[in-house]
Design a binder for this molecule. Structure first.
Ligand SMILES: [Zn+2]
Length: 414
């Protein structure tokens, strides 16, 4: 099996090189290496953002099945009825009138970014698609599809970044819908499947005023919604474009207080998702007490922090396809996390916002580093093992999942 992997990797590299464009080059998805990685037991995806997960064809299919959602002339998904702008159409109407999945791909992925900064276009996609899960019944259906999809690509555990907007009751209803989706897919496929939520707030101008509400809702949900005995909400995070948002420093005291008031709550923070060497985000994230680091792309600019991350055994959540889509790295052979890994920092490979950045969650991310960093099959296995080892699952669930994954891996790899 290892030999087969090596020859698939060589053939892939000859055809595509290490600058792989997961949005424009559809041939990548039918390559034998992609198929091989798709079938591998992968463990977990520990960094994926809510409502930005399904491949575009599945996003379109979801909307087609929900005529209560319409698409406005500005390509914005809107709940039908009061406030839906004139000219809004259901997905069925759009398709009947000749629009295709490709048209939506141009509007709802970074493929459509023109001369403007990619991040601006990217944040615009969240504005356009942010209402895809407006109600608990939409959440239930969307995440039933998401978990089925993850199961179909060999993923057993998802840690979903999710904000809890609205009132406490809205938050509760949304969380209960996640849990129902999990129970549905567990009963259909695999009782070992798990889902946990990393509750998010944000640090740009739109999110910032809601920070306290989002965190209050998240902690309310943590108390109220359990999968068995374990809280569905396991951790918190703060998101948005780092180079143009408020610094994490603005939230440091509040993050410390929330952690102190909620024993067992984990912390992972987006920090270092930048090319700049002039911000202190990773240092602040460390001061806040992170157990995992979201991205940490520019850590190479801070040797002392790199040493601290290594000595503390903090795991970095690396999202290579996202980094390429947002312009941080165009050649996976030059992705800085190869050196972080080589120096002994534990990594997990994650998908970030696959609906808007690629065509499928996680498989491409593993392929990018397998090819870019010339990893052996054993190395890929180590990354998958890490995704369970560094998950925020409670120790018993983690041990259960790890032993299942070891068996599945041994069976697959032989
Ligand atoms: Zn992210």
């Amino acid at each position: 099996m290892s030999q087969e992997f090596e020859s698939l990797k060589t053939a892939f590299k000859e055809q595509f090189g290490t600058r792989i464009d997961f949005l424009r080059d559809s041939a990548v998805y039918s390559s034998p290496l992609y198929m091989f990685l798709r079938a591998l037991p992968k463990g977990a995806d520990l960094h994926a953002h809510a409502d930005a997960i399904l491949p575009m064809s599945e996003q379109v299919a979801f909307l087609k099945d929900h005529p209560e959602l319409v698409i406005t002339p500005e390509w914005q998904i809107h709940y039908t009825g009061v406030g839906a702008p004139y000219g809004s159409r259901t997905m069925s109407e759009c398709l009947d009138e000749g629009l295709t999945v490709e048209d939506f791909r141009k509007q709802w992925t970074v493929l459509g970014a023109g001369s403007e900064r990619t991040w601006d276009w990217f944040e615009g996609i969240f504005t356009k698609c942010g209402s895809i899960c407006t109600t608990p019944s939409l959440v239930l259906d969307y995440y039933t599809r998401v978990l089925r999809y993850y199961h179909s690509i060999g993923v057993e555990h998802l840690e979903l970044r999710c904000p809890f907007f609205g009132t406490r009751d809205d938050a509760l209803a949304r969380a209960q819908a996640f849990l129902r989706a999990l129970e549905t897919v567990r009963s259909e496929t695999d009782p070992a499947l798990t889902l946990r939520i990393v509750a998010c707030a944000g640090k740009n101008d739109v999110w910032d005023p809601q920070f306290d509400t989002l965190m209050d809702n998240a902690m309310y949900v943590r108390e109220q919604v359990k999968d068995g005995d374990e809280p569905l909400v396991v951790a918190i995070d703060i998101v948005n474009d780092e180079d143009r948002s408020y610094s994490l420093a603005r939230y440091e005291e509040r993050v410390r207080r929330i952690l102190a008031e909620h024993p067992g709550l984990h912390l992972t923070l987006h920090a270092g998702e930048s090319l700049s060497g002039e911000n202190n985000e990773i240092a602040i994230a460390l001061r806040c007490g992170i157990e995992r680091l979201g991205h940490g792309f520019n850590l190479y600019r801070y040797p002392l922090l790199e040493e601290e991350i290594r000595s503390k055994g903090i795991c970095m959540e690396i999202c290579p396809v996202s980094n390429a889509a947002l312009g941080y790295c165009s050649d996976f052979a030059k992705h800085p996390a190869a050196a972080y890994r080589a120096s002994g920092i534990p990594l997990v490979i994650c998908s970030d916002d696959p609906a808007y950045q690629a065509d499928e969650p996680l498989v491409g991310d593993l392929l990018a580093v397998a090819v870019g960093w010339d990893l052996s099959l054993e190395d890929v296995g180590e990354l998958c093992r890490n995704s369970i080892k560094y998950s925020f699952l409670d120790p018993a669930s983690q041990a259960r999942l790890l032993s299942k994954w070891e068996k599945d891996w041994a069976k697959y790899v032989g």
